[in-house]
Design a protein around this ligand. Structure first.
Ligand SMILES: Cc1cc2nc3c(=O)[nH]c(=O)nc-3n(C[C@H](O)[C@H](O)[C@H](O)COP(=O)(O)OP(=O)(O)OC[C@H]3O[C@@H](n4cnc5c(N)ncnc54)[C@H](O)[C@@H]3O)c2cc1C
Length: 289
């Protein structure tokens, strides 16, 4: 199928883009890498009257570090994130996740902001950002708001973003010393969306116990979510395989997978246990390194 007719604009600055989104509220859609939106247009599952292409907006694709956090522009491609050595040194989980997204063409064009705004229930970034307790920066003509990634992913393809807003940046708190993270993705074939994806970021306290923890899961619910039951089981605990197995089982019990072409729900629940266990172990190993 070919898309329904639409108008197209490519604003040169964010002020102009936001003004257009406000004027055409409900009719316009932001276009970034196009790797999720264009297939929807072709299938006529989305029929916006206007596409606001944000490719030409400057300053939205950088990766930088402040005293408190790492900041990733919404237009940063999966490839740019994959190849950023400074980011990987601080948050190796970001390289784990970026390297497993789609194929090289998708990584060259697809953006982290597009993935987060699109909120596919099997996307990788939403699980990772919840494990990292990241924040999402949204701008509208009226100003800026910063919202936690936890709570942002409301349902399948549904987020807290308004039609008049542009997602401009992701902020990830700098991890304390003795921190480590890992993203473990189970996919049927290289380049597929996750059958199950488990993200873990942990910090060890001076006593060797788990002081801070985030666990995010994808592809096993209506939206990617934080595995809070597993987090509660592990916070303050002495890390080790037995505890990790128990927590991974709690994560599995909290998941709500569906039967689909990736496999039956029962199989996916078993895989949540395994992938969460592997992510916990790998994150712990990195925290000790
Ligand atoms: C074959 C294939 C395999 C893939 N495999 C994976 C995978 O393994 N893992 C994975 O996580 N993803 C995968 N993807 C999705 C891919 O990562 C997309 O790049 C991503 O989901 C969307 O990013 P984009 O920049 O292309 O956004 P677009 O397609 O341009 O936009 C997607 C949606 O987000 C909105 N949007 C985009 N940017 C913004 C913004 N800054 N502010 C507000 N709204 C915005 C758009 O209006 C649209 O609704 C795959 C896609 C394909 C086609």
């Amino acid at each position: 199928m070919i898309p329904a007719a639409f108008d197209y604009v490519r604003p040169a600055d964010i002020g102009e883009a936001l003004r257009i989104l406000k004027e055409r509220e409900g009719e316009a859609k932001v276009l970034s890498g196009g790797y999720s939106l264009l297939p929807l247009l072709k299938l006529r599952l989305a029929q916006p009257a206007l596409l606001v292409d944000i490719q030409a907006l400057g300053g939205l694709d950088g990766i930088s570090r402040t005293d408190d956090d790492m900041r990733i522009g919404a237009r940063a491609t999966h490839r740019r994130i994959l190849e950023d050595d400074g980011l990987a040194a601080v948050l190796p989980i970001m390289r784990d996740a970026a390297g497993g997204i789609g194929d090289p063409q998708i990584r060259n064009w697809g953006t982290i902001g597009g993935s987060v705004a699109h909120a596919d229930p099997a996307a990788d970034w939403p699980a990772v950002l919840q494990a990292l307790h990241a924040s999402i920066v949204l701008r509208s003509a009226g100003g800026e708001r910063v919202v936690p990634a936890r709570g942002f992913f409301i349902d399948t393809f549904q987020t807290g973003i308004e039609a008049t807003e542009i997602l401009t940046e992701i902020r990830i708190p700098l991890p304390a010393p003795r921190s480590g993270g890992s993203y473990q993705k189970l996919e049927r074939r290289a380049g597929d969306f996750s059958t199950v994806g488990a993200a873990v970021q942990m910090t060890l306290g001076g006593d060797g116990r788990i002081a801070q923890l985030g666990i995010g899961l994808t592809a096993v619910g209506d939206a990617p979510f934080a595995a809070t039951h597993a987090e509660d089981a592990l916070r303050g605990a002495k890390p080790g395989d037995e505890m990790f197995r128990e927590a991974a089982a709690a994560a599995s019990r909290q998941s709500r997978p569906a039967d689909d072409s990736h496999g039956p729900a029962e199989y996916k629940r078993a895989m949540v246990t395994e992938m969460t266990f592997r992510a916990l172990r790998a994150a712990f190993g990195r925290a000790l390194a």
